[in-house]
Design a protein around this ligand. Structure first.
Ligand SMILES: C[S@@+](CC[C@H](N)C(=O)[O-])C[C@H]1O[C@@H](n2cnc3c(N)ncnc32)[C@H](O)[C@@H]1O
Length: 276
């Protein structure tokens, strides 16, 4: 079976992304004027419920100011910048997509957080870090792009200190075939959803114990209803990152959640000793 990784890279190719961001952000002020993470929030948290979800997950992860935090599949870096600004810690992001990493570095320059937040291009399945380097690992809306879940969670466990925390927020398979395209995949060929329970088993088998495990599908459903009622989102938004079809992809995700095909899982795990 294909691991889909080339298809995933294609999906997030985002040619010319940094240039598009420069243009979209121009109305907010000149290049040398600092932007706040809040000003970027509509375009740099690439997951259901955006900034709200990052704030909730990072709070559940109980991040200390001296923690070393890794954000796996960091996108254009909104979650990493938010966590650094909120908790005062150092954050490293890794992402498969080079244009996303370039964009994340550019936006981090614009917020003046270069001393606290950095990004590298790398696969979640081969993290370029030593064993036990991080206190906390975040993973938001990434696992559904990864076929080798055992490998993913093993790699996350490897880079965490014993007792470290792994906080994940992801789409999971619920009751039926999803409608495609969705924001992470145009077809099922690059979508590797597991049920919430299968996700939990895969994570625990990698050497983790669950601290928090909650179904946030209803919260997501209510949020999508509110967003629909509010009308078009403020500009600039994630359409700049993913193109004009992004609205359609998001509509499909909302429909999948409303119809109970896809669920939203929030979970925090503690790294325990493995037998390996
Ligand atoms: C939906 S976006 C979420 C981005 C970010 N976590 C956020 O919430 O703003 C999914 C991200 O996962 C990245 N990704 C997918 N598969 C990956 C892999 N195998 N290794 C590293 N990053 C990956 C994509 O490039 C993309 O940036």
């Amino acid at each position: 079976m294909s691991d889909g990784i080339e298809g995933v890279r294609d999906h997030y190719r985002a040619t010319g992304l940094t240039g598009r961001l420069k243009t979209a952000l121009a109305p907010l002020g000149p290049e040398d004027q600092r932007l706040t993470p809040q000003q970027l929030a509509a375009l740099d948290h690439f997951h259901t419920r955006g900034l709200l979800a990052t704030a909730e997950l990072s709070k559940l992860a109980a991040i200390a100011s001296d923690a070393a935090v890794l954000d796996v599949g960091s996108g254009v870096g909104g979650p990493a910048r938010f966590v650094a600004a909120t908790f005062g810690c150092q954050v490293t992001g890794v992402d498969l997509s080079e244009p996303f990493v370039d964009a994340a570095r550019y936006l981090t320059e614009r917020t003046g957080q270069g001393g606290q937040v950095s990004f590298q291009t790398a696969s979640a399945l081969e993290l370029p870090f030593d064993h036990g380097r991080f206190d906390v690992v975040l993973l938001q809306h990434v696992a559904m792009n990864i076929a080798d879940r055992a490998g993913l969670y093993r790699e996350i466990r490897r880079v965490l200190k014993p007792g470290g925390r792994f906080a994940t927020y992801d789409a999971v398979l619920k009751g039926g075939e999803p409608h495609y395209p969705v924001p992470w995949a145009r077809t099922p060929a690059t979508s590797f959803l597991l049920s919430a329970e299968a996700t939990r088993v895969a994570i625990e088998e990698a050497g983790f114990r669950a601290l928090v495990f909650q179904d946030d599908s209803e919260t997501a459903n209510a949020w999508f209803a509110k967003v629909r009622a509010a009308g078009p989102p403020p500009s600039p938004n994630l359409g700049v990152v993913m193109g004009p079809e992004f609205a359609q992809l998001t509509t499909n995700l909302a429909k999948n959640i409303a119809e109970g095909r896809i669920g939203i899982l929030t979970a925090v795990f503690e790294a325990v000793s493995t037998n390996a």
